[in-house]
Design a protein around this ligand. Structure first.
Ligand code: SF4
Ligand code: ZN
Ligand code: ZN
Length: 303
């Protein structure tokens, strides 16, 4: 079947609607959908300084590419890229090179912050000393905290990430299965329950775009040099949930969309439920957190 709109050769069949699109119709569809999310959820405003969290992979370089287009065309926003180097041998070094090359080509300032400089050890070193600890459980906490801290130091007004619909469906399901609804209240196209200057709001322009769509967009823009996955990803809970959802999606197309759409319906109720929760300051490092000691300090003590 040719492209639905211009009858030329298609590059993708959209998962839900089964519509075929050619290269240029797909790029138009993709960017319009991301811009609509930005408009509808007020992700960006005039003069925003957007720090884009990039890893050098397809999702984050695609979001950076899209925001650069937006800044060049119609929006008065400033963009800085921020890369977190966890210190994972044979994985992160390759994507750092990819990120550097892309930012240089686009004349975007790139800041790099590493676990070694900020937490004293690389993730590989942490994992070697704590073989029974799941790497992602340390890594996710450190990355979230470091991104927020560095974005704040850079005086960002927004922190953009390349999270897509698949990622969000996984997070929703993981929180549900772990009875962690408070964490879910902080999800959504723009994160946070209430404004606090210590937290930079995170925005997700690809919230309603699938992983397949983002991968296609990245491929069509030559943003993927080679595909490699993190050494530790197979030991993570998210990996299991990803497989589970992919299997469900194959048998019952539309499952991931349904999870995210249902979640968006109840998100205002969740935000309301947790709106009075106090944001404290960690007694050890001073970073904002929900308990006396933040997760970073708790993990650092344990390991
Ligand atoms: Fe970190 Fe886990 Fe992601 Fe690897 S897969 S970068 S360990 S969160
Ligand atoms: Zn077309
Ligand atoms: Zn702390």
């Amino acid at each position: 079947m040719p492209c639905k709109f211009c009858k030329t050769k298609p590059v993708i069949t959209l998962t839900n609607s089964k519509i075929n699109l050619c290269r240029s119709c797909f790029i138009r569809y993709f960017e319009r959908k991301a811009f609509k999310t930005i408009r509808q959820y007020k992700l960006l405003g005039k003069k925003d300084h957007v720090v884009v969290a990039i890893s050098g992979g397809k999702d984050s370089l695609s979001v950076l590419n899209l925001l650069i287009k937006l800044a060049n065309k119609k929006m008065d926003i400033k963009i800085t890229a921020l890369l977190i180097d966890e210190g994972i041998k044979n994985y992160r070094n390759k994507s750092i090179e990819n990120a550097k090359k892309f930012c240089k080509e686009k004349s975007i300032k790139l800041e790099i912050a590493s676990y070694r400089d900020n937490f004293g050890k690389t993730l590989d070193q942490m994992k070697r000393k704590n073989k029974d600890t799941i790497a992602c459980s340390m890594c996710g906490v450190f990355r979230r905290s470091l991104l927020n801290k560095k974005a704040r130091e850079l005086k960002a007004t927004k922190l953009a990430t390349g999270h897509n619909l698949d990622d969000e469906a996984q997070s929703i399901l993981m929180n549900q299965l772990r009875h962690n609804i408070a964490l879910s209240s902080r999800l959504g196209p723009i994160t946070g329950v209430k404004r606090d200057p210590r937290f930079i709001p995170r925005i997700k322009p690809f919230y309603f775009l699938t992983e397949k769509e983002v991968a296609t967009y990245a491929f069509l823009h030559n943003l993927i040099s080679d595909f490699n996955e993190c050494t530790y990803c197979e030991e993570s809970y998210r990996f299991e949930i990803r497989d589970l959802l992919n299997n469900l999606e194959q048998k019952h197309p539309g499952t991931k969309h349904a999870i995210v759409a249902s979640f968006i319906d109840i998100l205002p109720l969740l935000k309301n439920r947790f709106k009075d929760d106090e944001i404290k300051s960690c007694k050890q490092c001073g970073e904002p957190c929900s308990s006396e000691i933040c997760n970073v300090c708790q993990i650092t003590q344990k390991i």
